[in-house]
Design a protein around this ligand. Structure first.
Ligand code: KG4
Ligand code: ZN
Length: 340
């Protein structure tokens, strides 16, 4: 079954075709980051308008890369929650119009569920090794999920304030680095000493929750007092190390307390090399199977949405046009999503 996935929840216009939930036939991501860089962050109205411009060309490119026509598409999957409402509506409208005109089934997919499925695109065999622990680290969310079956998620811990990606982005801004902050801070950190500055690492007792707002404040205070004395690379490396430490130790704690042996890391921050290295080391120490998708599958993309949509359709999810679009909705619990 060929599923056309569509993702427009933030500032990437993406379309992808995935066969049987595991084989990526094409994956097109048109980034808008240059457009938002001048504002230092994503401007929702600008994002929506750009999605309108890019949506159809991106879908056409996905078809042409897969050497397919609309007739080859068996079903559609589209991110319908959570995200910037105007941005989501562009993808949902396009997907519904196609589903209606082609007379194909369509499912709305939760964006975070999509991120989890990037792990199945990376290592399809883990589908048979559930339960799975997923550490989702993106610009708007930071949470640890237990997945016991397709569509069955339990929220084990989440950020109480900033998301990990937000901590990277705000830290980058404090260091005067251009948007997108996360990758730029990570690049600067490569040349720095992570042991130079002792930034706080909020462990919050035995909890699996996260908190990064104190870290951000600590960076602001440090840079004001330091007044340029410490090399920026050392500050960036130390700041990154504090985020990486907390994420890694919380996942270790979750694995120990649940006894789950398969762990996955996904979301934009999973593209961070220091995090990947720390998680690999921790997984080796704990005897865990770690699935870490390639960076293109960690950041927002429609292939993960198509994969999640395939399994939702297989499990008999409603495939009519009758679904809405939501700016916020948590996955696997009634705790609110982190602020973004
Ligand atoms: O999952 P994603 O593409 O979009 C959201 O759903 O939010 O994640 C974007 C986030 C941004 O905060 C970005 O700065 C961060 O992921 N990010 C990184 C890296 N690449 C992307 N953070 C740290 N190191 C990276 N290499
Ligand atoms: Zn995302």
């Amino acid at each position: 079954m060929n599923v056309l996935g569509i993702e427009t929840s933030c500032d990437e216009t993406s379309a992808a075709i995935v066969s049987d939930g595991v084989t990526i036939r094409s994956s097109i991501v048109a980034s808008q980051s240059d457009l938002h860089a001048v504002y230092g962050g994503v401007v929702p109205e600008v994002a929506s308008r750009k999605h309108v411009e890019q949506m159809i060309p991106v879908i056409c490119e996905a078809l042409s890369e897969a050497q397919m026509t609309y007739a080859d598409i068996d079903a559609l999957a589209v991110t319908n929650r959570p995200g910037l409402l105007g941005a989501l509506l562009v993808g949902v409208s396009a997907a519904k119009a196609l589903a209606y005109s082609l007379d194909r089934p369509i499912v709305g997919v939760h964006h975070l569920e999509g991120h989890i499925y990037s792990a199945f695109l990376t290592a399809p065999e883990i589908i048979h090794e559930l339960p799975l622990l997923a550490l989702i680290v993106s610009g708007g969310h930071t949470q640890i999920m237990r997945m016991t079956d397709h569509g069955a998620y339990q929220l084990l811990g989440r950020t109480r304030d900033d998301a990990a990606g937000e901590a990277f982005d705000k830290g980058a801004r404090l260091l005067g680095l251009p948007y997108p902050g996360g990758p730029n801070l990570a690049r600067l950190a490569l040349a720095g000493d992570p042991g130079k500055v002792a930034f706080p690492r909020a462990m919050l007792g035995d909890s699996l929750d996260f908190s990064f707002s104190g870290l951000k404040t600590s960076l602001r205070t440090f840079t004001m007092r330091d007044n340029g004395a410490t090399p920026a690379a050392d500050i960036a490396a130390s700041y990154e190390a504090a985020i990486v430490y907390v994420l890694t130790e919380k996942l270790r704690r979750a694995a120990r307390s649940t006894g789950i042996r398969t762990v996955a890391v996904t979301g934009g921050v999973a593209a961070n090399r220091s995090l990947a290295a720390a998680l690999t080391e921790m997984s080796n120490e704990e005897g865990l199977r770690l699935v870490a998708p390639v960076p293109e599958l960690c950041t927002d993309n429609a292939a993960m949405i198509a994969a999640a949509g395939f399994y939702r359709l297989q499990s008999g999810a409603d495939s009519s046009l009758d679904f809405d679009t939501f700016a916020t909705e948590s996955l696997g619990g009634d705790l609110p999503a982190s602020s973004s």
